[in-house]
Every structure is written in C-alpha cells, then in structure tokens.
Design a protein around this ligand. Structure first.
Ligand code: F6R
Length: 261
C-alpha cells in the first residue's frame, strides 16, 4: 500500500520530497532521477535547488530522465518538455546537461523514439527516485486511461481532457500537441521509489482512484499499487476524497522511523 502523506501546502510537500532526493544523491553521487514536468513537481525542484546550494552537494554525476515529451513542437519551443526540464531542473539544480534525457519528440523519429529511450534508461540503470504527477483523468506520465500496465516508452495520443488541462501552458487547446512519447507504466514501475505529488481539489478523484480504487488500466495511476515503495504527497484538497484518510494521518504521525519518506 502506498504511504500517503498529507501536507499543509505544496511547498511543504516539495521540501519533503526534495530531502529524500538529496539523501539519495548523498548515498549515491551517480543517482538516476526520474523527472516529471507540469506544475506538481515544481515545489520539489525549487526546494532541491535551494538545498543543493545551501549544503554544497555535488550533483555533477547525477543523471535525469524525463517522463515524456510532446511530439511535433518546434525545437526550442518554451513548452516542449526539453525546454521545461532545462529551465526548471537542469539549470537551477546545476545538473550536467549531457546527463539529462528527454524523449525525442521529433515526428520523423516518433516511431523509434520509445525504443531508443528504453535503451538509454537501461544503460543508466534503474531510476532511484521517480517523481510523478497525476492527470485529472488518472494518467501517469502520458499513459492515458486504457494504457497497458506493462507498457514501455512509446508514441501515444493525448486525451482531449489532458489537452484541455494543459492548454494553460499554451495559447489555446488547439496549440497543445495531439501526440507524445511517454515512458510506459511498466517503465515507471521499474524505478526504486515512486513519489507522486498532487495538489488541489481538481486532483482529489484521481488521487482516490489511484490509491484506493481497483487496480485497472482505466486509471493508469492505480499501477502505483503494484509498487513496493510508493509515497503519495497530497495537500488537504487533493486528499479530500480518500476513504482511509484518518488511517494515513495516524500511520504518518506514528511512523516508527523519523518523518522521512
Ligand atoms: C508530466 C506528466 C504528467 C503530469 C500530469 C499532471 O511529465 O507526465 O503526468 O504529471 O499531467 O500535471 P500537473 O502537475 O501540471 O497537474
């Protein structure tokens, strides 16, 4: 069962996840980080950048793998996940750009981008900590409802709901690409530790379905139930539809080890 941690606000959740990522890097200076884009992990990256600077941690040999990329945005488009990862992660954290990987979203290579990414992931070794957001439709990565629970990195079509949700990053929904290359659910599950972050009432249903609903390809995020080490960090609004909320609070408050995920 996933550990659910309810935090008062996204910044507190970001600090909690960042501390875990930093501890992982201290233990293994060649750690492999799984990087989500979108709004949910931004507090983690902000906290991590601060901690790395304050504590003088060497991240020169850390690698990163993004979850996904849009297909067909012009190179350098500010909302391509390559650009977002550079802006929000690589530069502020001081990672080596050649160790930060994003799937290839060039339409000319979209068919083979998945296999190439799987090879790069396999060569780097398992991801140590995988950050995840969740879509309002229950997607993780861009594995939309119906995605195989054993899927690998591949070309996928975004749902209209996801395109509408992500229109806030673009001028209009028409400008949101229709296709993406995303790590598969099977790919994501190979990481050693999954940290799923969700904030705000719009995520409440998806969080409840992921954590407590039946394991089903109709809710790709429910695949976290298959993983032995998953931490779900949510604020009160995102936690509001969880049935066993009292138990999660009790378990966290009485955790035998210190308050550490
Ligand atoms: C992003 C990704 C998506 C997002 C999800 C939530 O790399 O794979 O699964 O995590 O769409 O997005 P936000 O955090 O913007 O609500």
């Amino acid at each position: 069962m996933a550990e659910v941690v309810v935090v008062p606000d996204p910044d507190t959740g970001g600090r909690l996840a960042a501390r875990t990522v930093l501890d992982t890097v201290r233990r293994n200076p060649e750690a492999v980080l799984g990087l989500a884009t979108g709004s949910s992990p931004l507090p983690v990256y902000r906290a991590l950048a601060r901690l790395i600077a304050e504590e003088g941690v060497d991240v020169g040999r850390v690698s990163g793998f993004a979850l996904d990329e849009y297909v067909g945005l012009p190179p350098g488009h500010p909302e391509s996940y390559r650009s977002v990862i550079t802006r929000e992660v690589t530069v502020p954290l001081g990672l080596s750009p050649d160790r930060v990987h994003v799937p290839d979203g060039d339409p000319a290579r979209a068919d083979t981008a998945g296999e190439a990414y799987e090879r790069a992931l396999a060569a780097a070794g398992p991801v140590d900590v995988q950050l995840l957001g969740v879509g309002t439709d229950g997607h993780i990565g861009f594995n939309e409802p119906g995605s195989s629970l054993t899927s690998r990195t591949r070309l996928k079509t975004l749902t209209e709901q996801t395109r509408r949700d992500n229109a806030r990053f673009f001028g209009s929904v028409e400008e949101v690409p229709v296709h993406c290359v995303t790590q598969g659910i099977g790919t994501i599950l190979r990481a050693r530790h999954l940290i799923l972050l969700a904030f705000g009432a719009a995520k409440a249903e998806a969080v409840a379905a992921a954590v407590e609903g039946p394991l089903t390809a109709s809710v790709p995020a429910s695949a976290i139930q298959l993983h032995a080490h998953t931490t779900v960090i949510v604020d009160e609004p995102a936690a509001s539809r969880l049935t066993h909320l009292a138990y999660y609070r009790h378990a966290w408050a009485n955790k035998p080890a210190p308050q550490h995920i």
